[in-house]
Design a protein around this ligand. Structure first.
Ligand code: HEM
Length: 211
């Protein structure tokens, strides 16, 4: 196995640690006075962290010249989606008891839920098109355009987070600064194409696939 293969094998279980931590504490009645809130917060936090890690891979690869880093991006992106599903499931199941009317009313009437739902829905096409086959079917350039939705999703998630926190906005602001830096980097690269280097469709496909 390649060195990146070993690294992936090590990162995979690490990404499952937050879930294992939740399951362990739930089994030991150790999630505090409001376990549903604890699960919602933890899964929400990890979705956002993993989204930002996914977004950091490309700038990190370009700045350090470590091309292999791109091979980790899909795994982090899919784990972000996995935790988003757990977060959403916690809400529709444990919080709302699968009451479709109540969920629809919440999505429509509570702006922070609307934003969270938007962030979640925006991730769906990215997860669906994450396979090598889909990248080839869409073509590298179109795939890359589609996958810029991740910035929109992360921005919606940060506003969702900010509005969910009624008083202390420290943490959402910190996440917002990280996203602004990552987005700023992409804008600079886009504004100075010579720095980034012009890339053809084939390169874009390889890049998208993480080759
Ligand atoms: C990409 C999608 C999403 C991300 C990244 C995200 C992220 C977050 C974060 C970071 C928090 C705060 C955690 C904390 O306090 O430490 C949170 C809270 C919450 N989220 Fe999400 N969220 C997403 C989607 C959703 C969706 C789809 C729903 C439901 C439709 C939802 C419902 C909630 C609820 C009910 C809370 C708790 C708010 C409170 O404690 O008052 N989220 N989310």
């Amino acid at each position: 196995m390649t060195r990146v293969g070993w690294l992936k094998l090590a990162i995979f279980p690490l990404c499952l640690v937050p879930l294992a931590w939740l399951v362990w504490n739930a089994a030991n009645s150790n999630l505090g006075a409001n376990p549903i809130e604890a699960i919602t917060h933890s899964t929400g936090d990890w979705t956002l962290r993993l989204l930002l890690i996914t977004l950091a891979i490309t700038p990190l690869r370009k700045l350090t010249g470590q091309l292999w880093l791109i091979q980790l991006r899909r795994m982090f992106g899919l784990f972000a989606y996995f935790y988003a599903c757990l977060h959403f499931l916690t809400y529709i199941w444990l919080d709302q008891g699968f009451d479709v009317h109540s969920i629809a009313k919440d999505v429509y009437k509570r702006p922070f839920i609307t934003l969270g739902f938007t962030a979640f829905v925006l991730l769906l096409p990215l997860a669906v098109t994450s396979t090598r086959k889909m990248i080839q079917r869409l073509g590298g350039r179109r795939w890359q355009w589609l996958h810029r939705l991740i910035y929109l999703s992360a921005a919606a998630a940060i506003v969702h987070f900010t509005w969910a926190m009624k008083k202390d906005h420290h943490r959402p602001i910190e996440y917002g600064i990280v996203l602004a830096v990552l987005l700023g980097y992409r804008v600079v690269v886009w504004a100075m194409p010579k720095v980034a280097g012009k890339r053809g469709g084939a390169t874009a496909v390889a890049d998208a696939a993480g080759d």
